[in-house]
Write a protein that binds this ligand. Structure first.
Ligand SMILES: *Cc1c(COP(=O)(O)O)cnc(C)c1O
Length: 664
C-alpha cells in the first residue's frame, strides 16, 4: 500500500535530510559520489571516498551567475577518473587474489560518449594504465587515432569496415599506434588480406566470436547464432585458415566477444567467459600467437541500488565482475598450459554513467496543490455545494478527533467513516455535474464543486497517512493519492537529454536536488517542453521495481525547484535528437580544487536557435530578412508601429543567439 509503507508520506510532520536520502535511494545508488547534506541539498563527492565535497545547489547557483542557464549538464571529471581507478583497482585485486599470471588493459568504447573533453580526459587519466580506446565507425576511429598517443595503449577497431578503414588502421601501426582490427563479419578477412598485401604490412588482427551462451535483458540478442556481429564457429575456423594461407596468422592476437550492454545477471557473463576461454585456448592450439582476450562491454550499473538482476540493476559488484573474468579465464588456460592472456574489457557504461548530472528546472505544476485554500462559501450557496462542504468538514473532523491510534478496531472504524464520506463526496460531485449539464449550476459553481471534491480527496489521503502500518485500506481509497498526482513541467526535452527513458524505458535516478530535508507532500511525474505526449518522465526507480509517480514538493512562488537526473553520462547525449528543435543543453566540466572549491575547466555552450535552424538547412539571416520585409509592409499598411517593428526584430535576433530552452 503506497501510503502506509512508503517512507514518503503525504503528512507534513517531522522529516530530516536522512529521510530524503532514504526516500530517493541516494544511500544505495549514489554511493560514494552523491549524498544529502544537512541543509537538504544534494552533495557531490567527486573523488568518491577520498575526500572533498561540493554542494550541488550552490554550484548550480554559481554557474547560473556565469550565465550558464538551465537545463545544465554538469560533468565531474574527478568522478570519471575515480571510475577508471576503481575499474583498474578491481582487476588488480582480482589478479592478485587468484594469482593470475597476466594483466588487465582496458579500452573505452568511444560510442558511449564521444565528447572531445570526455575522451581527452579518459586518455589523460588512463595513461598510467595504458588505457586505450575502442572505435566502432570511421569517425570514431578518427577520434581514437588523433587522441590516443600512447604506443602501449590498445586501439580496438570494431564495427563495419571498408577498405579505407582497414588501410587507415594498418598505416596507424606505422605511426606507432596499436590498432587491432577485429573481424566481425566473415567477408572482412578478405579485405584485410588485400589491404595488407597492397601496403606490405598488416594490422594486429582480432576475431569477434558469436557465442552460443544465453543472455537476458534488453541486449540479449547481441549473442547467439543470429547476433548481428561476430563469427560463427565454422567461420572462425575458415578465417584462421585464410589468415594462415595469407601468411597473416602471426598477426592474430585477440579474441573478442560482447554479450550486450548492462548485463543484469552475472550468470550470463560466467557462461560467456567459459565459452570464450575455450575458444581462446583452441585458437592458440591452431597456431595463432594470441595474447589478448577482450570480454567486451556489458559491465552494468546499479541504477536503482537494489543489487538485483532486474533491468535497472545488477546482481553483482564491479569487484565480483573482475573476479569472475580473472578466475574463469585462469581456469580455462591453466589446465592446457596456455599462457594467460592480457584481459581487455570495453566497459563504457560502467565508466561514464556517474560523472554527469543533468539539472533542470520546473516551470510549473498542474494538478491539485495541497496548499490550495477552500473556495469561500457564497451567500445562498447551492445545496449541492453545501453538501460537498459538509462532507469535507466530516472528513477533517475525523482528523480533529485524533484518537486514531490507540484501541484496537479503531482504525477499522476510521477507514469505514472515510470510505463513507468519500462515497458521499463522489455522489455529490456527480449531482453537481448533472446539475451543470441541465443548466442549474453556473460555471463558477461547477468549479467550486470540483475544488471541494479535490479538497475532500486530499483530506482523506492525509488521514490515511496517519493510520498505523498494516491497516487494511480499500482499493478505492488507496488510489486517491495517485489521483491527486500533479504534472511537473520540466524545462527539458527528454528526446535530447534522456532519450533512453523514452526509447527503451531506461530508468535513471531523478530527484529534487534541494528541499530534501522537507517532507515531499505531493506525487507527480514530469512533462517536458516538446509537443509530444511521449515527452515525459513517468517511470521512477523503486528498489528493483518501477513506480509511475515520484514524491515531490509543492512549488513555492518565486522560488526555483531544481531536479537532477543522475547516472546519465553514457549514451544519452549522442542518442539525443532535435525533436521540436530543442538542441543540446549548456554543459560544464568541473574539477575539485584545493580547500573545498572547484574549477570550471570547460564550458560547452548549448545549441543556439540559429544552430538548430541551420541543422535543418534554414538560413537564419534569410529568415530575419524575410521578417524584416514583412514588417516593412505592415508599417506601410499602418498595422505596425516602427517601435513595435524594432522590438519584434530585436526579439528575433536575440532568440537566434540563445539556447533553445526557456529563459528563467
Ligand atoms: C556498445 C559496446 C560496448 C560498450 O558496452 P557497455 O555495456 O557500455 O560497457 C563495448 N563493446 C562493443 C563491441 C559495443 O558494441
Amino acid at each position: 500500500m503506497v501510503l502506509a509503507d512508503s517512507p514518503s508520506g503525504l503528512r507534513a510532520d517531522s522529516w530530516s535530510a536522512a529521510d530524503g536520502a532514504a526516500l530517493y535511494g541516494l544511500d544505495r545508488w549514489g554511493e560514494p559520489y552523491f549524498s544529502v547534506g544537512a541543509r537538504g541539498h544534494v552533495m557531490v563527492q567527486p573523488r568518491g571516498d577520498r575526500g572533498g565535497s561540493l554542494d550541488l545547489v550552490e554550484l548550480v547557483r554559481e554557474l547560473q551567475g556565469r550565465d550558464l542557464t538551465l537545463p545544465l549538464l554538469i560533468r565531474f571529471d574527478d568522478i570519471l577518473e575515480d571510475r577508471l581507478e576503481r575499474l583498474h583497482g578491481a582487476f588488480e585485486r582480482a589478479i592478485a587474489q587468484y594469482g593470475y599470471n597476466g594483466r588487465y588493459q582496458g579500452v573505452f568504447p568511444v560510442k558511449c560518449n564521444q565528447q572531445r573533453h570526455v575522451v581527452e580526459q579518459l586518455v589523460e587519466s588512463g595513461r598510467r594504465w595504458h588505457f586505450g580506446l575502442e572505435a566502432g565507425s570511421k569517425a570514431e576511429l578518427l577520434i581514437a587515432l588523433s587522441l590516443l598517443d600512447d604506443p602501449d595503449a590498445l586501439l580496438i577497431c570494431n564495427g563495419y569496415k571498408d577498405r579505407r578503414y582497414i588501410e587507415t588502421a594498418i598505416l596507424a601501426r606505422r605511426l606507432g599506434r596499436q590498432p587491432v582490427v577485429v573481424i566481425e563479419q566473415a567477408d572482412e578477412v578478405e579485405r584485410i588480406i588485400a589491404a595488407s598485401s597492397a601496403l606490405g604490412g598488416a594490422p594486429f588482427i582480432g576475431i569477434r566470436a558469436k557465442l552460443s551462451a544465453r543472455s537476458t535483458g534488453r541486449w540479449g540478442s547481441s549473442v547467439g547464432e543470429r547476433a548481428k556481429f561476430g563469427l560463427s564457429i565454422p567461420d572462425v575456423l575458415t578465417t584462421v585458415e585464410r589468415l594462415r594461407k595469407a601468411g597473416l596468422l602471426n598477426d592474430l592476437r585477440l579474441l573478442h566477444f560482447h554479450v550486450g550492454s548492462q548485463i543484469n545477471d552475472i550468470a550470463v557473463l560466467k557462461d560467456a567467459l567459459q565459452e570464450a576461454g575455450q575458444i581462446y585456448a583452441e585458437l592458440t592450439r591452431l597456431g595463432a600467437p594470441m595474447g589478448f582476450l577482450d570480454v567486451g562491454g556489458g559491465l552494468g550499473i546499479d541504477y536503482d541500488g537494489s543489487r538485483t538482476a532486474t533491468a535497472a540493476s545488477t546482481n553483482y559488484s564491479l569487484q565480483n565482475y573482475a573476479n569472475d573474468v580473472v578466475a574463469t579465464i585462469k581456469e580455462c588456460c591453466e589446465p592446457h598450459g596456455i599462457r594467460p592472456p592480457t584481459l581487455v574489457s570495453e566497459s563504457g557504461r560502467a565508466l561514464a554513467s556517474h560523472f554527469s548530472v543533468l539539472v533542470f528546472d520546473v516551470l510549473g505544476a498542474g494538478g491539485h496543490s495541497d496548499s490550495e485554500a477552500l473556495p469561500p462559501q457564497a451567500e445562498g450557496e447551492a445545496l449541492i455545494l453545501r453538501n460537498l462542504r459538509d462532507t469535507h468538514a466530516v472528513i477533517t473532523a475525523i482528523a480533529a478527533g485524533g484518537s486514531v491510534d490507540g484501541e484496537d478496531g479503531n482504525e477499522r472504524a476510521v477507514v469505514e467513516r472515510l470510505q463513507e464520506a468519500w462515497n458521499d463526496a463522489l455522489k455529490f460531485k456527480e449531482d453537481a455535474l448533472t446539475a451543470f449539464r441541465l443548466g442549474y449550476l453556473s460555471l463558477p459553481e461547477r468549479a467550486t464543486a470540483e475544488r471541494l471534491t479535490w479538497a475532500s480527496c486530499q483530506a482523506i489521503a492525509f488521514q490515511l497517512e496517519g493510520l498505523p502500518t498494516g491497516t487494511v485500506i480499500p482499493q478505492e481509497l488507496q488510489a486517491l493519492p495517485a489521483a491527486l498526482a500533479g504534472t511537473y513541467y520540466a524545462n527539458l526535452s527528454v528526446f535530447r537529454s534522456a532519450p533512453d527513458t523514452w526509447a527503451i524505458d531506461q530508468l535513471f535516478p531523478v530527484l529534487p536536488i534541494h528541499r530534501l530535508d522537507e517532507r515531499p507532500t505531493r506525487l507527480g511525474s514530469f512533462a517536458d517542453l516538446t509537443c509530444d505526449s511521449d515527452g515525459k518522465i513517468a517511470r521512477f526507480i523503486d528498489r528493483g521495481q518501477v513506480k509511475p509517480l515520484l514524491e515531490l514538493h509543492n512549488l513555492r512562488p518565486g522560488e526555483p525547484y531544481w531536479i537532477g537526473l543522475f547516472l546519465g553520462g553514457a549514451y544519452q547525449e549522442v542518442m539525443g535528437n532535435l525533436h521540436n528543435l530543442f538542441g543540446s543543453t549548456n554543459a560544464v566540466h568541473i574539477r575539485l580544487a584545493a580547500g573545498g572549491s572547484y574549477r570550471v575547466e570547460h564550458v560547452v555552450r548549448g545549441n543556439t536557435n540559429a544552430e538548430v535552424l541551420e541543422a535543418m538547412e534554414h538560413n537564419p539571416a534569410l529568415l530575419l530578412e524575410r521578417l524584416r520585409l514583412a514588417s516593412e509592409q505592415a508599417i506601410g499598411r499602418g498595422d505596425l508601429a516602427i517601435s513595435d517593428a524594432r522590438r519584434l526584430m530585436a526579439h528575433l535576433r536575440a532568440s537566434l543567439e540563445q539556447t533553445t530552452y526557456l529563459e528563467a
